[in-house]
Design a protein around this ligand. Structure first.
Ligand SMILES: [Ca+2]
Length: 440
């Protein structure tokens, strides 16, 4: 009679474990760099991979609009609506605060009515191109975590390029091309982010999706889709971040793709609303942008969980004995081994790859990732000790911690280990009740 009950218990246990494996909270947020733990050797630090929270990066940028005299209002100018050349009540005057449209208005608080926006002067020199570069500089490497969204107050441009720099503006690479006709403007085929696959994710595409002004005059945004690109690895609702983190860890190109120091919006041709440009009323053609959204986090190489804005510049608050604006090197006296970035793996805590004191070299190493391997799922920390899974102990995690107990020595990861401590008494109680019920 008791045999089927034991089977029931085992099935219950298995299903609880399975549920835990799909529970997203078990994945790390990577928001803690270290914590104190009790080990066989006493109280020590346990180091983990960590990163600052994603935030609104537009608060920390410097904006430059080029050419310098391209912002409207000097001299004052009156603009007409694109859709209606007789509706000319849009005034711009740089000397009048209420009528000025400086670049800062692309980054102020949105949601007010009427909206605030930057505006260019009009296309007075037609047919010469109306070119404007808007450069956003951070003086710091940052990692994009959400879509870049540019909201236009004018019609969306007929041609534009979004570019990025990874070297503080020395060199630029295109991120995406935008045009009403990709073939005509850039001799590229029209594609959308949905055409990309895991293998072509790094391809630079031209899209017509955000440029068709005349038909969709209420569509105001131009987007660079970061999340859709993440989804190629992490699934449609980004529920499998483990897969994405794994890829980011092992593929430098992929990591670099989402990393920037500067962004540049190159406006190449304004909305014209029709096939022919009305040369008698060029004040219908201009660019106006009400908002640019950039979400991201400081790149700290998984060695810092905060990033501070000091003297007009963002800086990682480095842990793990690292230093530098991106925690990109070991501190003095902590060069016992080569610096390396932290790692997202194994999930949920990752690996800190801390810098170790210079006088602790290979002589005293307890473990490494090749010869002196930690056993039974243990992780080598700083070459100094193995961090064992709950079920094992010993210098290299070679000894089972609870040989005498029956099959409940804890699972292979910390999520399940936590579960075993809280749920085992419940399960035993349940088993006892079932057995009692069976004996009546
Ligand atoms: Ca605004």
């Amino acid at each position: 009679m008791r045999f089927p009950l034991l089977l029931t218990l085992q099935a219950l246990w298995a299903s609880v474990c399975q549920t835990m494996q799909h529970y997203p909270a078990a994945w790390g947020h990577y928001d803690v760099c270290k914590s104190q733990v009790y080990t066989d050797e006493g109280l020590t630090w346990d180091y983990m991979a960590c990163q600052p929270e994603a935030m609104d990066m537009t608060k920390y940028l410097k904006v430059t609009v080029d050419p310098p005299n391209i912002t409207c209002g000097d001299p004052p100018e009156t603009y007409c609506a694109l859709e209606n050349p007789y509706m000319c009540n849009n005034e711009c005057d740089a000397q009048n605060e209420d009528l000025a449209h400086p670049p800062e208005l692309m980054f102020d608080f949105e949601g007010r009515n009427p909206t605030t926006f930057w505006q260019s002067s009009s296309w007075k020199k037609y047919p010469r191109a109306l070119l404007v570069n808007i450069t956003l500089s951070w003086k710091k490497t940052i990692e994009l975590t959400d879509d870049i969204v540019v909201t236009f107050e004018s019609g969306r441009p007929e041609q534009m390029v979004l570019e990025k720099s990874l070297d503080y503006g020395k060199t630029w690479q295109p991120y995406q091309f935008y045009a009403t006709d990709c073939l005509d403007a850039f001799t590229m085929e029209h594609k959308t982010v949905q055409d990309l696959t895991q293998h072509t994710l790094l391809d630079i595409i031209c899209t017509e999706e955000y440029s068709r002004g005349y038909v969709w005059k209420n569509a105001k945004t131009v987007r660079f889709e970061i999340k859709d690109r993440f989804a190629l690895f992490a699934g449609p609702h980004l529920h499998n971040m483990a897969s994405l983190y794994g890829q980011l860890d092992t593929t430098k190109n992929l990591r670099d793709f989402f990393t920037i120091t500067d962004l540049r919006v190159r406006l190449l041709r304004p909305a014209t609303g029709a096939t022919m440009v009305d040369e008698n009323n060029l004040s219908r053609y201009f660019y106006a942008i009400s908002d640019i959204k950039v979400q991201g986090r400081c790149k700290c190489n998984l060695h810092a969980n905060s990033c501070v804005f000091d003297k007009e510049k963002l800086n990682c608050e480095c842990e793990h004995n690292t230093t530098g604006p991106d925690c990109g090197r070991c501190k003095r006296n902590y060069q016992g081994r080569t610096w390396s970035a932290g790692s997202y793996l194994p999930i949920p805590k990752g690996t800190a790859n801390t810098c170790i004191p210079s006088n602790i070299g290979p002589v005293t190493r307890v473990c490494d990732n090749e010869l002196l391997r930690c056993q039974n799922g243990g992780v080598c920390l700083n070459n100094l000790r193995c961090q064992c899974t709950p079920a094992y102990t010993g210098l290299l995690c070679e000894k089972p911690r609870c040989e005498s107990e029956l099959g409940s020595c804890g699972g292979p990861n910390s999520g399940q280990a936590a579960l075993s401590s809280t749920s085992l008494p419940t399960l035993l109680l349940l088993g006892w009740m079932l057995l009692r019920g069976a004996s009546y």
